[in-house]
Design a protein around this ligand. Sequence first.
Ligand code: GAR
Length: 219
Amino acid sequence: MSASAPLPRLAVLCSGRGSNLGAIIKAIDSGTLDAEVVGVFSDRPKCAALQLVPATLRWSAKPGDFASRGDFDLALGDAVANVRPHWVVCAGYMRILDSAFVERFRGRLLNIHPSLLPRHRGLDTHQRALESGDREHGASVHFVIPELDAGAVIAQVVVPVQPGDTPQSLAERVQAQEHHLYPEVLRWAASGRLHEHDATAMLDGHTLFTPRQLEFPES
Ligand code: GAR
């Protein structure tokens, strides 16, 4: 990207620790991701993720202070739209987005999920992978559609399950890989290589019939 071109604007939605947001910020700061975080949005005003950006970039509200899910997601959507994002990036955002929000940002709304989708949609994925006897687990980045964790998968990383793994030990290895996976997919997004078309993911103009399988060094 030329020095004068405006940077792709990322709005990031978080609910927790924010380690994926931290990895995105690190990639931007180190010059490996040409993008700008223009806002961080949360349903948990005390979450650590918000502290990773200056106060002027933070928006948060408690869903319980709104009359309905729709009212909260409308306020969230207005706040996100207000920063004029090119991409809306769910990074550990733990609340289901209503279909009005999803349709508003459809095609530029991404999520990272800690499993090899379509396996283990929803919560407690690490425990469920262990209980199922999976030999491989991992993480996926996908386009968001109204159905939970069901949008077109763009890329995945595989993390082998090891003897003696606990949900915690497995989560740590998966998250370490997520911190490579999400910046890589955002590089594709930020450089105009990634699109959603007819509910499929497209990279460089080609339909991804299966997700890209990426490998990164263990950190
Ligand atoms: C990540 O592991 C992410 O995959 C998961 O939450 C964690 C957030 O960690 N997301 C989901 O489970 C979404 N359904 P972080 O706050 O440290 O980035």
